[in-house]
Design a protein around this ligand. Sequence first.
Ligand code: URA
Length: 216
Amino acid sequence: MQIHYPQALVDRVRRATTGRKLTGEYVPGEGPVPAKLALIGEAPGRTEIATGHPFVGAAGKELDRNLALASLTRPEIFITSVVRARPYSRPKAKATAPVTALPNRTPTKKEVAAFAPLFDWELAAIGAPVLVVMGNTALQRLLGPTATIGTLHGQVLHQPVLEWRAGKYCPGNKSYWLVPMYHPAATLYARKLTPTVEADWRALGEWLKKHPLADT
Ligand code: URA
């Protein structure tokens, strides 16, 4: 199922992102609403923009392997990301290349903030008590700039997340179960992380068995 975002929030994001190196119609989050568990990524890549679905490219294939380790399936979870258009860069050598041929890049803090009101709305709308937060961009959006996947991966935290209010991030009132994880693309670039990532997803599966989501 796809979620329908309030047009006023979509318009606000469009105004805040005009002129930035972001491309594609926004890729909406996908999954049941309300959801018991949400996966939060960074930003869509080329395949996600082309298809309009989150995590369907190479990172998505890694993600599917990881989900299986935790005995999770896509239909039972909500999948989204903190930025909804594809951030790209234009190196000098590709001055005239079409946008579709330009490489992805990490979204800037301003771009993440531009999408923050939409993301906050979505998090409240899906009502998921458990958030699996994949990669530093998503983790720092939710917990602030000092949080890193390198130190927090695989842990289960219980705390409020940051919300965008009056031009800055402030802690929200609601506490979530937060599970920081390496972004699925991380193992595509650093295969040596694979055993750690697999252990983290298996541990999430064990935690979920002991904490049935209906009781969270
Ligand atoms: N990376 C993300 O963070 N989200 C996607 O949808 C695809 C890749």
